[in-house]
Design a protein around this ligand. Sequence first.
Ligand code: LMR
Length: 394
Amino acid sequence: MLELLTEQPPDKILMLSQMYREDPRDDKIDLGVGVYRDASGNTPVMRAVKEAERRILEGQGTKAYTSLAGDPAFADAMIDLVLGGAVPRDGVAAVATPGGTGAVRQGLELVRMANPGAAVWLPLPTWPNHPTIVKHLGMPSKTYRYFDDATRALDWDGLAADLDGVPAGDVVVLHGCCHNPTGANPTLDQWRGIVDILKRRGVVPFIDIAYQGFGDGLDEDAGPTRMIASEMPEAIIAASCSKNFGIYRERTGLLIAVAHDSGITKTAQGNLAYLNRQNYSFPPDHGARVVTTILTDPELRGDWRSELEQTRVSMLDLRGRLADELRRFTNSDRFDFIAEHRGMFSRIGATAEKVAELREKHRIYMVGDSRMNIAGLNADTVPILARAIVDVGI
Ligand code: LMR
């Protein structure tokens, strides 16, 4: 039987990490996978996470199962973080999932259970795992325009026109903040316009929010998600704790289904628990417990917020420095968009050949679509990257 299996295409992002590890040259620069790194290239465990883990280690008296939906205190704390009271609690169903990817997967399965014919509309481009999960689930998939390759900014006219053609009942995937891979995001006015279109068309928003706190601030980044959740009759939200709590390998996420109606919410909650049971029974608990401990303790929460804020500001600083260096080297403002983008990534708009040249000639690794992880840079490597970009003629 196993001989009937065929090779699967490698994941573009994870393949790049492997190439980087296998490159024997010194002074390599990894701008690939979306993992935060400090100025020394480390991905540190956040102070509040360390302290929460210490408290859990000392205080935890059992490892018995929680509930199928995970610890309700985790759901409450995360719903508060993401939705900030935008929707009454009895209008929101939620389950803990293994990471944000687990939440995306469970959310799409929920869509398929509710409406098997619904097409899933993905921004072009989007995180490469979105289309592959949709395909793996056998769901119909469509794309809508998102990014203008010429300006490296949002293609607002294309996006608005395409969303205006989505049939009622279909699902539109939106990145809640810090769009991956482009770094280009709608303004608040444009989000307002998106909500109006979604309402008019009667489509279901599916928000993937994996970088809350990495863009303009914790509450600012959640603003569009809150607007959608409070104004649309329904919304599905996949939230990740990997990046903003730096607990990537703990696989901690929450899937939220907003229905406003308490009866529908109750049924959705039962379906979400059922999905967890079919896929892996109980969701992982450790990361969720760490997050709950932090979010429910004012002192830990404050410390976590300030460390996260430092992370966000350091990425903004790197964006500013890189845009400045490129302005200096090219004598033009054509890379100013890097300072306008938000989050961990920017797509700089280079061909796959130029990206390969950056790798081969300058030891700089970015994803083939020219997505770079800003957090992979530091004050020393910014000028090296700027010079390399100019050298290969991007
Ligand atoms: C990324 O886009 O690099 C991150 O979300 C990590 C991943 O799983 O792809």
